[in-house]
Design a protein around this ligand. Structure first.
Ligand code: FES
Length: 376
């Protein structure tokens, strides 16, 4: 992967380079990068290992919704690298692989697993002889888990603050819908809090070319006095109190009215090899390209079931990524719009087909497409 030419709404500031280390090796990036975008821009694809079989894992969603980018940052385990801004001098380490992320001896579990490591094997295979259980338990505990807490740490190195906030309206989600709801309420004099898990409000509009509109709306909301909490996911509703987690502060927000504008998440397709690094949600690929100007790969195959996937394929093509083919499960996909644009750009659109297998050793190298025999 490499940096693309400057993208219209990119989040990175190319005038402010930074550097940090990953497993002791220097990694370059720019202010605005996340840990993962800087790593991918530097050519790394494997970010972590799976919990049980230690299969290599790469970027999947790019928005904090999976476990593929968990890393340890300055000794703090379990940080999602795709949502954590890169900082000069930070020390980032991989988790759950030994002796290195590239060569993990526990990968043997994937190669030889079979009947030994079936579901729940830890309760079945190692149950006899019973007196050896303490030995097994120690070994299993060492092999399990994602990241390690430091054995010693100063008392109270991480202090959690609690903040109580009463307002007229809490908006959860800072996309265009959430911002417009917040603005409409604030214009009528309401005291509004808006929380969003990203580093800035705007949601998908920041990715799909409406970044100027999104940033203007965010500015307008701030001017109207809307309190915007960023990197602040809402954790849940507890008898009218919504807990919002932001860094080391837990906001306890009470409001008589709520707007949930959390948007939608793509779901991964199910096929053999769909966990290989390089297989990612098209929304994640677009986030990489649009916000961080990182090419998610050199050649892409896009599988979709709707026009959103076609638009993603077109956007990747326009960002400079070669789209080798688009498989659309709909036999009648097209009829103008993004399908026509794709075909005009010379990108093969295979109708009534999908990806049935991805192949490769530690990263995806090939995708196998097949036409569906039955359409329901
Ligand atoms: S959470 Fe980072 S790639 Fe999914």
């Amino acid at each position: 992967m490499t940096r693309l030419a400057p993208q219209p709404g990119e989040r990175i500031d190319r005038a402010r380079p930074l550097s940090f280390t990953f497993d002791g090796r220097p990694v370059g990036g720019y202010a605005g990068d996340t840990i993962v975008s800087a790593l991918l821009a530097g050519g790394r694809q494997v970010l972590s290992r799976s919990f049980k079989y230690h299969r290599p894992r790469g970027e999947l969603c790019g928005c904090g919704q999976c476990a593929n980018s968990l890393v340890t940052v300055d000794g703090r385990p379990g940080v999602r690298g795709c949502g954590e801004p890169a900082r000069d001098g930070m020390a980032v380490e991989h988790q759950n692989a030994w002796p290195s992320l590239e060569h993990d001896v526990m990968r043997v579990a994937d190669r030889l697993g079979g009947p030994l490591l079936q579901v729940g094997f830890y309760y079945k295979t190692f149950i006899r002889p019973r007196r050896l259980w303490p030995v097994y338990e120690k070994a299993l505990r060492r092999a399990a888990g994602l990241g390690r807490l430091p054995a010693r740490q100063d008392e109270r190195t991480w202090r959690t603050e609690y903040r109580r906030r009463h307002c007229d309206l809490l908006v959860v989600g800072g996309g265009l819908a959430g911002l417009q709801a917040a603005i409409a309420a604030a214009e009528r004099g309401a005291d509004v809090v808006l929380c969003d898990e990203d580093v800035e409000p705007g949601g998908w509009a920041l990715v799909d070319g409406r970044h100027a509109e999104a940033r203007a709306l965010a500015g307008r909301a701030r001017d109207l006095g809307v309190e915007i909490l960023t990197r602040a996911p809402a954790l849940g509703w507890f008898d009218g109190l919504v807990a919002v987690w932001q860094g080391d502060t837990l906001h306890q927000v009470r409001a008589p009215r709520h707007v949930l504008a959390t948007g939608a998440l793509q779901q991964p397709l199910v096929f053999p090899g769909n966990d290989l690094p390089g297989v990612m949600l098209s929304s994640g690929a677009r986030r990489l390209a649009a916000l961080y100007a990182v090419a998610p790969g050199r050649r892409a195959v896009v599988a979709t079931v709707d026009d959103a996937g076609l638009r993603d394929a077109l956007a990747l093509h326009l960002a400079g990524i070669e789209v080798a083919a688009v498989a659309d499960l709909r036999p009648d996909a097209g009829g103008g719009g993004p399908a026509a644009h794709l075909e005009a750009a010379g990108i093969p659109l295979v109708r009534g087909a999908t990806v049935v297998r991805a192949a490769g050793r530690d990263r995806v190298e090939r995708a196998v497409l097949a036409r569906a025999l039955i359409h329901i």
